[in-house]
Design a protein around this ligand. Sequence first.
Ligand SMILES: [Zn+2]
Length: 324
Amino acid sequence: MGYYIGCDVGGTNIRAAIVNSDSGDSFDLTVQPTNAHEGHEMVLARMAALFEELIANSNLRRDQIQGIGIGIPGKVDVKNGITNFITNLPGHWINVPVAGTIQRLMGIPTYILNDVRSITWGELKFGAGRNCSSMVLYAIGTGIGGGIVINNKLLLGNSGQAGEVGHMTIVPDGILCNCGNRGCLEQYASGPAIRSAAIKAVAHGATTILGEMVDFDLNRITPHTVYEAAISGDRIAKDIYYQAGRYLGIAIGNSIVHIEPERVVIGGGVAEAGELLFAPVREELKRIATLAPIENIELVPAELGNNAGVIGVSMWAKHNVMAE
Ligand SMILES: [Zn+2]
């Protein structure tokens, strides 16, 4: 029996909970604003206060909490517990010793991990990756993140960047990406990519209900608007998801060629479009991954939803505590 605190730091909110590492159940999930503009010192101090509150409100003794895991939305130095580069948090986050600071404030072993690698680890332990030893996860939302597990080991790569599937080049000389490269998957299949394809279609006068749905205030178009239009039969909206699915299929096909996982897990808000996205992915996979026995590779939706990061990073803390 072991209890761990899992904490998921997002651009908007910090989510934290105590997780029973045997069952994956999380208790007293607490959400509070990140307010990163107050600076990393304030954020870390508030985080520690939040953890104290979680312990005080639980019926556990402090010494029953065996570790703390913190999921960070950016590049992190996993070994040293230091943040490298975080895109979506205002303030100074380069070389911040997050794990060391929390460990000093709390007196509990603390570990950090990239947020989507945390989700990957969570889905492997208690979600859509259960009972499989190799999987690739694609998390499709505002950006596209990912994670790779091979033989039950989370692949971190030489400097911790393995699994950045959203920055796989799928179009030579394609759309410029925030990472500096052109033609990254993220520019073709993320929420903003779907949104901008929809705005373009309406602006170009395509025959679609998308414009009417937002009273022609195109800023109000979201991936969900496109989804609603598609399920009501709008051909343009369906095609936008079809194109995004094809690009996603090309990327997943490349993952399969490299790794031949047992399972590919697709999560994130955009994945809620279900078959609109999954069907073109499957079609594309048949074309691309001709050498792997594609019928044996399961393509499944993620299961843990918003709690995946909290659960996953608490289990990452356990993984490290047990290894020491
Ligand atoms: Zn990129």
